[in-house]
Ligand binder design. Structure first.
Ligand code: NI
Length: 129
């Protein structure tokens, strides 16, 4: 690795608060390995899907409830926060084969009334042990 590249890396990890280079590299490697697990579509993963939607979107709220009952094995838990007078934030923990989790998240994000949705992909898979 070139000295310039290493120098830039050291600046970034110092800013992020890493105690040393080894800790930072370990996190990068784990992150890449989790990605690898998600790329293997049948691999068991876990994800946190965060949604923002209108408190007034009654049809969406009913649809979300129906979906969660339909997919009770896929949706592990849901956290709801009444953000302000108009907006709700919901975080759903999804688990299952990567392709199925991704598909479920995309289906939910694309529902009419969801203003923003994001899936955080993670795993406690074989690579993290
Ligand atoms: Ni709410």
């Amino acid at each position: 690795m070139s000295a310039g590249l290493l120098e830039r890396f050291d600046r970034v990890i110092a800013r992020k608060g890493y105690a040393n280079r080894s800790e930072a590299i370990r996190d990068l490697v784990r992150d890449r390995l989790v990605e690898e697990e998600w790329e293997r579509g049948d691999h068991e993963v876990v994800g946190a899907l965060t949604l923002i939607y209108d408190h007034d979107a009654q049809a969406l709220i009913m649809k979300l409830m129906d979906l969660q009952h339909e997919m009770h094995g896929r949706v592990v838990s849901t956290l709801h926060v009444h953000l302000d007078a108009y907006h709700c934030l919901e975080t759903m923990v999804l688990r299952g084969p990567a392709d199925a989790v991704r598909e479920t998240a995309e289906k939910i994000i694309s529902l009419k009334g969801v203003k923003h949705g994001k899936l955080t992909a993670t795993s406690v898979g074989e690579y993290l042990t």
